[in-house]
Write a protein that binds this ligand. Structure first.
Ligand code: PLP
Length: 407
């Protein structure tokens, strides 16, 4: 067997399909985010402004977060030294879980090393707890949910994205007596559109299904304490399992579910992705707990975040650039073909010091290739002006279409 040749074939397939990914090597500058240093493939360095990060509120460089991490390292060292079961449960993990349970007004929360693992581990474990379970999953759910649903061996139904009529049809077609769970997201990160939370909760109630909501792109940013869209809409009590990340708006790392004490106890006891892996470093848990606690009262950051997103959308629309606007903080600019998207991204980086990763198929459908901007409270007017003016110039340079301007 020629293993190298097989690897070449696999990689070449990606090149041929235009799906080969290259990573940009950046180093964020402490205290100066969104400014960072880009190390080019030839080893030279250049300053860049990051416009596609998920540290949505700049919490990764917040003093209270860094202080908490420094203190925890000084107090307890680097790693946790074990799985949660075998010596890896520390006071830092317990404190963070209590902070998260309180955030979502649930009895308990359960920490995982990422929200990806939390989704995968929980969704793949549910059929062990509820034999015969059918999972109804939104067609555009994140890869981690798809993976959990795929691996769980139970029955699955995929409903068209945000289509509650289709979901109802599927629910009606199944035996009313089998256990069911509906898995969906509050904000879909590629278009920035919201899930129909209330309608799905109504359907779940009508058909006796559990609700599983991924709030990864909403926690910290929506709701009066950062509890997400379900908190904003007064629906947290109707969601059985809430999934969130500590790596985006909270600026650190890790993922979790928040649910009833019994649900957390069962997942804790049955999910291999929780049991058989080393727990997060205490310093990470300490930083995340400080971040969650901070954002419970930092409404001004949520307000500034929305203001920044609103300004960017308004300015891009004003230039006739085809953005998608669903009223969330995510600003996708549709370019519509992979070559132009890559070219725009390359020129923004090399000629303007602006870093925004191109988003191509299969992450988004062909013909909707895009640049996806994530403005934050730490992107000031200078950064915004530079971005808008560079996009204006490059859009003309590439002779791309603009929308008709009203008036
Ligand atoms: N869920 C959604 C909707 C996501 O977009 C992501 C990551 O981008 C995840 C889960 C995974 O989050 P984490 O980075 O904590 O693994």
């Amino acid at each position: 067997m020629n293993y190298d040749a097989q690897l070449d074939q696999a990689i070449n397939r990606l090149h041929e399909e235009g799906r080969y990914r290259t990573f940009i090597n950046i180093e964020r500058t402490r205290g100066q985010f969104p400014h960072a240093v880009w190390t080019k493939p030839d080893g030279n360095q250049a300053p860049v402004t990051v416009w596609c990060g998920n540290d949505y509120l700049g919490m990764g460089q917040q003093q209270v977060v860094m202080d908490a991490m420094h203190e925890a390292i000084a107090a307890t060292g680097a790693g946790s030294g074990g799985t949660r079961n075998i010596s890896g449960t520390t006071v830092y993990h317990k404190r963070l879980e209590a902070e998260l349970a309180d955030l979502h007004r649930k009895e308990e929360a359960l920490l995982f090393t990422s929200a990806y693992i939390a989704n995968d581990a929980t969704l793949s474990t549910l059929p062990k707890l509820f034999p015969g379970l059918i999972i109804y999953s939104d067609a555009l759910n994140h890869a981690s949910m798809i993976e959990g649903v795929r691996r769980n061996g139970g029955a699955k139904r995929i409903f068209r994205h945000n289509d509650v009529a289709h979901l109802r049809e599927l629910l009606e077609a199944d035996d009313p007596n089998v256990p069911k769970v509906i898995a969906f997201e509050s904000i879909y990160s590629m278009d920035g559109d919201f899930g129909p939370l209330e309608e799905i909760c109504d359907l779940a109630q009508e058909f006796g299904a559990l609700t599983y909501l991924d709030e990864v792109h909403a926690v910290g940013m929506y709701g009066p304490r950062g509890g997400g869209v379900a908190e904003r809409d007064g629906l947290m009590g109707r969601i059985d399992i809430i999934n969130g990340t500590l790596a985006k708006a909270y600026g650190v790392m890790g993922g979790y579910i928040a649910a009833s004490a019994k649900m957390c106890d069962a997942i804790r006891s049955y999910a291999p992705g929780f049991i058989f892996t080393t727990s997060l470093p205490p310093a990470v848990a300490a930083g995340a707990a400080a971040s969650v606690a901070h954002l419970k009262t930092a409404q001004h950051l949520r307000d500034e975040h929305q203001t920044q997103a609103g300004i960017l959308k308004l300015r891009l629309k004003g230039l006739g650039l085809p953005i998608i606007d669903h009223g969330s903080h995510i600003v996708p600019l549709i370019v519509g073909d992979p070559v132009h998207t890559q070219k725009l991204s390359d020129m923004l980086l090399s000629d303007h010091g602006i870093y925004v990763q191109p988003i191509n198929f299969p992450t988004v459908p062909r013909g909707t290739e895009r640049l996806r901007f994530t403005p934050s409270p730490v992107h000031g007017p200078r950064e915004m002006d530079a971005l808008v003016s560079a996009l204006d110039t490059l859009w003309s340079h590439c002779a791309l279409n603009r929308a008709e301007l009203a008036g």
